[in-house]
Ligand binder design. Structure first.
Ligand SMILES: [Ca+2]
Ligand SMILES: [Ca+2]
Length: 507
């Protein structure tokens, strides 16, 4: 009897050891997320003045996707899509609420860290990965928090001035709408604390399992406060302003306004009247450089760790940001400024100092990271792995990148073109090769895409092809949808439950 028991124990132990060895050799993942960071980073060249040495360093030892786009130009839907691998049109999550676990049919979706946990990974989340406090609280009926093994600090602003630094803003003078510099220490910022936590985790990480560490930074999300040191990198006298074209929206349809009808982020007209456009640009740049320095602290920890050679780093932003272009500040548009995001991979199996201009989507992260770690895929995901482009950055990707802002409003990008289709059928088309700032809407005389339009043959072909990628079915708003919600009803458009009166446009 003793012998039999001993034999059983030995055999089960040796099997466990085999599986363990297999799991232990898998690469660690360090996923760095940055909030509201547009393409103003050195690897993407979106602003000539910007200084981001850490991201540059990451790009030099990795692969930068230069044509990567978010799936929604807003925190909650973008992050929900990336973490579940599902498009907003497949979940109905378009606004800042609800949290996906509060939608009964999605409460058991396996998120990216959960997928890794199911395959033996130790999972940690610090700072802003999900929107707000989502995921941190136990759900009703849950014995423990099941989103990850370890929660780090919340995302926070940290040190704040006693009073706002800019004049009261329209749309309710929202507390987050502020920017500038005031005496404080870098160490007292929320992102410093998040980086310190991440560094501590990496320095003391147990080595019995591979790990998946998610680190989410809050800046350059407003309020854009930075210490003087970072402002000094961008002297006002030599500051380059973004290419803001007067009358840029004369050729865009009314529906382009409906998708950001009423926002706390001020319009360009308000910024100009209040002499706040330059200070906003300068503050945003200062915050980008500060957050880059925190990325640098995390990269330093990865690079000095004994597991450096077996750790994949991926860096992304949830969407971009307008700084005066096309008459707005903020996000919630379907143009370059909102949809284009940094996406950089580095680590074992990833080429160094290369870039790829094939269209990529943030929802591709789920299958890509799973594949790079040798995990089986998850059928729920709608992304397509970027592994072929990691193997050969010139390899063609047929599928364009799609971004959705509320049901029925989509932008679709391939290597050259951007097609936008709004819920009322009005459209825009940009030739990004000759018009990278998307100033010239080629469908301006042809808002409903009539066949007798004056488009060139390549443009016409591009429209025909890109239209085929629009979703055939779109889920309506998930129950509990709230904040930055646009709905097309029988009698017109509604912004946050209030009927839009086109004549009331604030531009
Ligand atoms: Ca965001
Ligand atoms: Ca224009």
């Amino acid at each position: 009897m003793t012998l039999v028991l001993f034999a059983l124990a030995t055999s089960s132990h040796s099997t466990a050891n085999g599986a363990e060895a297999d799991t232990k050799s898998r690469p660690n993942i360090v996923m760095i997320a940055i909030d509201d960071l547009n393409d103003w980073v050195e690897p993407l060249g979106g602003h000539p003045d910007v200084k981001t040495p850490a991201m540059k360093r990451l790009a030099e030892r990795g692969l930068t996707f230069t044509n990567a786009h978010c799936q929604a130009p807003l925190c909650n839907p973008s992050r929900t899509s990336l973490m579940t691998g599902k498009r907003p049109t497949s979940t109905g999550i378009y606004g800042l609420s609800p949290w996906i676990r509060n939608v009964p049919e999605f409460k058991d979706l396996v998120t990216l860290p959960q997928h890794f946990a199911e395959h033996g990974y130790h999972t940690l989340i610090g700072g802003k990965i999900y929107h707000g406090g989502n995921g941190r609280k136990k759900m009703k009926g849950q014995k423990k928090n099941e989103e990850c093994d370890v929660w780090g600090p919340n995302a926070s602003v940290g040190a704040r001035p006693k009073a706002k630094l800019i004049p009261p803003t329209p749309g309710g003078n929202h507390g987050l709408m502020d920017w500038g510099t005031f005496p404080h220490r870098d160490e007292d910022k929320g992102d410093w604390r998040v980086a310190s936590w991440a560094v501590e985790q990496i320095d003391q990480m147990p080595t019995d399992k591979p790990y998946f560490l998610s680190v989410g930074f809050f800046l350059p999300h407003v309020p854009c406060y930075a210490t003087k040191k970072w402002f000094d990198l961008y002297p006002d006298e030599t500051l380059t302003m973004p290419p803001i074209l007067k009358g840029d929206r004369d050729d865009t349809p009314n529906s382009s306004w409906y998708i950001h009808w009423d926002l706390p982020e001020p319009r360009t007209s308000w910024l100009e009247q209040n002499k706040q456009l330059r200070p906003l640009v300068r503050s945003y740049l200062a915050c980008v450089s500060f957050v880059d320095s925190q990325v640098g602290r995390v990269l330093d920890a990865v690079e000095r760790s004994p597991q450096a050679d077996n750790t994949i780093v991926v860096l992304w932003s949830d969407h971009g940001y307008h700084l005066g272009e096309k008459a707005i500040s903020g996000k919630n548009s379907l143009w370059r400024h909102s949809t284009r995001v940094p996406l950089i991979f580095a680590g074992p199996g990833i080429p160094s100092g290369k870039s790829c201009d094939q269209p990529a989507e943030l929802l591709d992260l789920y299958p890509t990271l799973s594949g790079l770690a040798g995990l089986p895929g998850n059928l729920q995901t709608e992304g397509i792995s970027l592994e072929p482009q990691i193997g050969d950055p010139a390899k063609n990707r047929q599928r364009p990148a799609m971004c959705t802002h509320n049901a029925g409003n989509h932008s679709v990008c391939d290597q050259r073109w951007r097609l936008i289709r709004y819920a009322d059928g009005q459209s825009e088309l940009y030739d990004r090769k000759s018009d990278p700032w998307e100033h010239n809407n080629l469908l301006k005389d042809d808002p409903f895409y009539k066949d007798e339009g004056k488009l060139s043959s390549p443009a016409r072909k591009a429209v025909d092809r890109l239209l085929t990628y629009l979703p055939e079915q779109e889920l309506p708003l998930a129950p509990g949808s709230r904040a930055r919600i646009l709905e097309k009803r029988d009698d017109g458009f509604y912004w946050q439950e209030k009927k839009i009166v086109p004549e009331d446009l604030v531009d």
